[in-house]
Structures are given as structure tokens and as C-alpha cells.
Design a protein around this ligand. Sequence first.
Ligand code: ATP
Length: 353
Amino acid sequence: MKNAVSIQLIQCGKTFANGAQALQPIELAIRPGETVVLLGPSGCGKTTTLRLIAGLEFPDAGGQVLFDGEDVTGLPIEKRGVGMVFQNYALFPNMTVGENIAYGLKIRKIPAAQRLKKIDALLEMVHLQGLGQRRIDQLSGGQKQRVALARALAVEPRVLLLDEPLTALDAKLRETLRADLNQLLRTLGITTIYVTHDQSEAMALGDRVVVMERGKIAQIGTPQDIYYRPVSHFVADFIGTMNRVTGVAGGGQVRFSGGQLPYAVSAAGSQATLMFRPEDVEVVADGMGTANMHGEILSTFFLGDRTRLHVNVGAGQAVVVDTGRSASWQVGQRIALRVPEHALLHFQDEVAA
Ligand code: ATP
């Protein structure tokens, strides 16, 4: 796509008329052609951020929105050159697929012949060839969302904004559409902002992910940054499955009833919590001296590509362990585990005095 634009939010906060501060002043710089995913729990301010970029909301005094360095803060949506796709499709039900897609072109007085050509090209792009004459109510949810995407792209927007576009679809369809969307965004190279509360969607689609928490940005980074190098408990807990064990710090370790894990921070006698991912725990042979945690299997879940164990490591603490798919485990079985030091995360705010 020609001329992908950069987007900058400078001190953009949003307080609604009822006094609710949906967004504290945030800073966000999006590069030309980048796909940025806004991720976070319900009510954290994702949609408000998207609507500020769209021109559907305006920031509190002092906030600025720049497209390619140009101040668009006061411009309404129709002057910003953005295309939007919503969770509920927002299509015109009494029009055909083709008419929906061409709606924006008609308003812009693009001649009919040109419109038809464009509709065909867009239908092909979203894999709906030959469906131009269909009525909207004769489409599946996945097809409707493809039409909504084609309609948003028809006017060749500078920026594509997607608000939970796959949320209404079933799991299998979401995965197919996610893959298609991924490919389409790479091909188009259009600057895209995508809102979701689904972390796997965020990881799959984002060049970068913005994790939001209660109206603030908790972390901005690549999917790998967010997964392997979370900066806080909140981010660590929100992305994927994360174990946490609490014990007493001292002598380079955190000790708890089921084991002792390496802990370099000098905070002897205080409580400390360590976090680690299920896939980073190794099951080791007991008695070899390599284990740093022992426990009893509480439950087993065969997940196809792996088996997930819930293991009681004592004093009311359970951890999740992912193992290979072939091993057979019994509930009640004792198990020796090792968490390598490099897999352990700890955050200072958790070191209680
Ligand atoms: P969800 O995933 O549930 O859509 P979100 O992260 O997109 O959540 P926002 O829709 O941005 O969150 O809302 C952030 C906060 O602002 C919420 O507490 C919400 O109730 C509040 N809010 C949003 N829009 C308005 C409005 N028009 N008037 C008053 N409060 C609002």
C-alpha cells in the first residue's frame, strides 16, 4: 500500500461527561504499515483509544493525535481517512454484498463501472468471489465479517481500525479468519490498529502489542517481549498461563514446602514470589539431585500435542506443568520437577518486607 502513515498519540486522555476517566493521558507511537494490537481486560480503555484514533471521540484538553506528524486532533472521522470494522459487522442489511462494499465509493461519486471493478477485486481479496449479489442476511458470520473488511478497505483508507472483529465467531472460524487477515495485512502494508481481549489473537496478529490496564499502558512490545519479558505481574498473568509460588527468601533461594528455587535477590527472611511458564518446567528422575521442586499430581489433561498436569507442591500451592504427549501420568503420583533459573521471573513489588 502506498503512503502508509505513522500515528502518534501525545498525552491522550479521555474523561467522559459522567466524570469517568476511561483513559489516563497516554503516549503511543505507531510506525507506518505496522499492525498494533491493543490488548487488555474489559473496561481497560482499548476501545476508547481506538475511537480517539478514529475521530469518534476527542481527547481531553492537551491531548493530540497526529497522522504522519500532522495534527488531526479536531478532525471528525470522515476527514481522517480511516476504515473501521466492528465486532457486530454494522452492515446495511437491506443491501447486497456488493452494494455494502461500494457504499463509500458511491458517496464519493466514483462511476458505476469503476465501482463494479473494485467490488470484484475486493471480493477476491477477502475470498468471497461471486457473492456480490447475495443479501447480507444470507451470509454466515464469517462471511459478513469479510464483507465488513472489504467495505472498510474499499475507500483505500490510510489507517485500518478493527474493534474485536472476530469475537462473534466460533473458534475454528476465528482461526481461519485470523490467518487470512494476517496475510492480508502483510500484503497491504496498511497501518492497522486492532482491539482484542484475546491474547492469542494479539500474539498472532500484532507486530507489537500494547497491553492496557485500567486506562493505562502496562507494556508495549513485540509478542515475544510481552510473553518472555513481561514487566509486571499484571502482564505476566494476563498473557498465557503463568505459575506463581511464594516462599521465604534466603541464601540465594526461595524456599517453600515443595522445594527451593534459585533467587539471587538479597532479601533474606522476607517473602518472595517467583513466576514461571508451564512449558519451562522439566520432569526429572527423582534421586538424581537435579530436581528443585517436588509434588503430587492433582489432575491430568490430555491436550493432544501435550499433557498438562496440575501438581500440588505443598502448603496449598499448585503449579501447572506441560509435558510431552506420550507420558502416562496418574493422579496421586509423586513427581520431581526442575525449573531452570533462566525461566524464573520475579517482580520487585512482590518482595514484601
Ligand atoms: P471492552 O473490552 O469491554 O470493550 P475496553 O477496554 O474497550 O472494554 P472502553 O470501552 O474503552 O474499554 O471503556 C473504558 C472505560 O470507560 C470503561 O470503564 C467504560 O465503562 C467507560 N466508558 C466507555 N465509554 C463511555 C461513555 N461513552 N461514557 C461513559 N463512560 C464510558
